[in-house]
Design a protein around this ligand. Structure first.
Ligand SMILES: Cc1cc2nc3c(=O)[nH]c(=O)nc-3n(C[C@H](O)[C@H](O)[C@H](O)COP(=O)(O)O)c2cc1C
Length: 426
């Protein structure tokens, strides 16, 4: 028999711990987000459909991005035991400078569309966290504006760094001039993006009738009703346009096709190499052979990337490529990776399998859309916590201690052996 008694009011009082309500709505919202997926949910609620879909979507059937995320989910970690790591060091040296965390912010075009603070929020949050921020050629804040935002926020022991992403356009002089300006502003690394000879088929943009500048249709007006703050920002801040490119209207894809040169080649790389005084990395590498060739022509590093699945759909999953690229190029060549990173554990797994550094695109943009600068701070904080916790659980105290033995890539999709396929066909 259970022995019962009258409830004791003093005990009851002790149980009732009401927290002081958080009056700052943005902080309350962001504090409740525990993962990047949570930030995505908030972002979707607060951002007009066309802008959210432009960010969240990828090309064709969106298979590349789904596979990339699946590949990270299919990681199996192998922790060491009884190897205490009470303090973990998440800092790295990358491309001649420090970063407090093993990731930086990837270049994203048209960022003020997602939330009006755009690149200024990204650059400020990155500087405050001691990680690099990459400005896109298709940015909506100028090179000089990003530099100013970075300097304003710089704090702590890690000096602020900016990287610049270059598209080589049909009108070469525009690209060369941007390169010179970024160098003059002290950006230390150039990311030369090579996976965009033409735009990928961003079907969500087509279906939404999304254009630059955004246009008001009956649909957008109805969609705007529950998202008044985005529209208030849009209408009360400087015109949303590319900082370095004049626009002629149309979807981002149409604009890319008009501006980009499908004939760029190794000759362009040689020209850019001569113009750029700092480090140069090639972004959008997708085969082992190209990685080796780029190492041999003397670039400072590569980013294994399929552009977040926004270009060639069903392109190789960068995380799958990583171990063989690392083996082929050796230990001394800088290999970075992006596409699909949604969790700090994805970053830890990448470092364990040989990445020197990682880049985040959407993870940062979901934070931006969820709450401007504070949202980006939150996204970085979530990833930092996940990285530190994963390292502690693995029993490693520094990133240098991470090794391939810590990770198995479980694979759902196994390539058909060429010989088997050929004999089956006979
Ligand atoms: C909205 C958006 C815009 C992007 N714009 C550019 C760009 O202008 N230049 C570029 O090199 N990559 C661009 N990217 C690709 C990112 O730099 C990065 O490769 C990709 O976002 C990584 O995948 P993730 O979003 O899953 O992290 C863009 C990505 C997104 C999501």
């Amino acid at each position: 028999m259970v022995q019962r008694q009258l409830p004791n009011p003093a005990e009851l009082l002790e149980l009732m711990k009401f927290k002081k309500p958080e009056l700052d709505g943005r902080k309350r919202r962001l504090d409740a987000a525990l993962t990047i997926s949570d930030l995505r949910t908030i972002a979707k609620r607060r951002t007009p459909k066309a802008a959210f879909d432009y960010t969240d979507g990828s090309a064709e059937g969106e298979i590349s991005l789904a596979r990339a995320r699946q590949a990270f989910e299919d990681v199996e970690f192998h922790p060491g035991i009884l190897t205490p790591a009470p303090d973990v060091d998440t800092s790295v040296e990358i491309l001649g400078g420090p970063s407090a965390l093993p990731f930086g912010i990837a270049p994203t075009g048209f960022t003020r569309l997602m939330q009006t603070e755009g690149e200024v929020a990204g650059a400020g949050a990155a500087a405050a966290a001691g990680i690099p921020f990459t400005l896109s050629t298709l940015g909506t804040t100028s090179i000089e504006g990003v530099k100013a935002a970075t300097l304003r926020q710089a704090q702590g022991p890690v000096p602020p760094r900016n990287w610049f992403q270059l598209y080589v356009m049909r009108d070469r002089e525009i690209s060369y001039e941007l390169t010179r300006r970024a160098a003059a502003a002290g950006f230390d690394t150039l990311h030369f993006t090579v996976d965009t000879p033409v735009a990928g088929a961003r079907l969500r943009d087509k279906r939404n009738g999304f254009s630059i500048p955004p246009q008001l249709t009956l649909g957008t007006i109805i969609n705007a009703i529950p998202r008044p703050w985005w529209w208030f920002d849009f209408l009360t801040t400087p015109k949303l346009e590319f900082a370095s490119l004049s626009t002629t209207g149309g979807t981002v894809g149409e604009l890319l096709d008009a501006a980009m040169d499908p004939t760029i080649s190794y000759d362009d790389l040689a020209v850019i190499r001569d113009l750029w005084p700092g480090k140069i990395v090639i972004k959008g590498v997708q085969t082992v052979e190209d990685a080796v060739r780029l190492r041999d022509v003397g670039v400072d590093g590569i980013v294994l990337s399929n552009h977040g699945g926004r270009q060639l759909d069903r392109a190789p999953v960068p995380f799958h490529l990583l171990p063989s690229v690392r083996t082929a190029v050796g230990d001394d060549f800088t290999v970075m990776i992006d596409t699909g990173i949604m969790n700090g554990a994805d970053i830890v797994a990448s470092v364990a399998l040989g990445a020197d550094f990682t880049l985040i695109g959407r993870a940062y943009l979901y934070g931006l859309m969820a709450g401007g600068r504070q949202g980006v701070d939150r996204a970085i904080a979530i990833l930092r916590t996940e990285i530190e916790r994963t390292m502690r659980l693995l029993g490693v105290a520094s990133l240098a201690e991470l090794e391939p033995r810590h990770v198995t890539q479980l694979q759902r999709l196994v390539p058909v052996a060429r010989d088997a396929a050929e004999s089956a066909a006979r």
